[in-house]
Design a protein. Structure first.
Length: 166
């Protein structure tokens, strides 16, 4: 089932639930309900509706790549040469490369921006070698992450205005 307007689920209560889940997705429904003032069945139903509407897309553990044995994190830009067929081929290849943790198709002179975790500089070189048949790469190595993760919040600039609020 899909909701015609998922934004209706993002009232103050919906945003409170999302913020709590983004901070700790392992909270029980009973604890979530207690924190926002809903019964366990009511919070369960509210979360189920947000999942069905596609607002909540999954639950994940946050992993420190360096402590998991991948001390090098890079962001790479890939500018595809060769038209839409090459973009399609690159998309298939990128989905199959396990080092690629996330990949986004973007506007501008680049075709993709991706984030990868690697074991070593030699491992980085190998990744670059696998991507250069599709186009030109440009790599930035992460030195530190002053803002490693930030939860999406109701007061995020550009968030849907709540009824009765400017």
């Amino acid at each position: 089932m899909s909701f015609a307007n998922p934004h209706k689920l993002l009232d103050d209560l919906g945003w409170s639930i999302l913020e709590l889940l983004q901070r700790n997705a392992r909270l029980s429904f009973a604890e979530l309900g207690r924190r926002v003032g809903l019964s366990t069945p009511a919070i369960t139903e509210r979360i189920r509706r947000m999942e069905e509407a596609g607002i909540i897309t999954g639950y994940h553990a946050s992993v420190d790549p360096s402590k998991a044995g991948f001390p090098i994190v890079v962001y790479m830009r890939l500018a595809i040469s060769g038209g839409e067929n090459m973009v399609s081929r690159a998309t298939v290849a990128l989905k199959r490369i396990p080092e690629v943790l996330e990949c986004h198709r973007v506007t501008g002179t680049d075709s993709f921006i991706l984030r990868a975790s690697l074991l070593s500089v030699a491992h980085l070189e190998s990744l670059i070698d696998r991507l250069t048949p599709f186009g030109m790469t440009s790599t930035s190595t992460v030195l530190s992450s002053p803002v490693p993760y930030r939860a999406l919040r109701a007061d995020h600039p550009g968030a849907q205005p709540k009824p009765g609020k400017p």
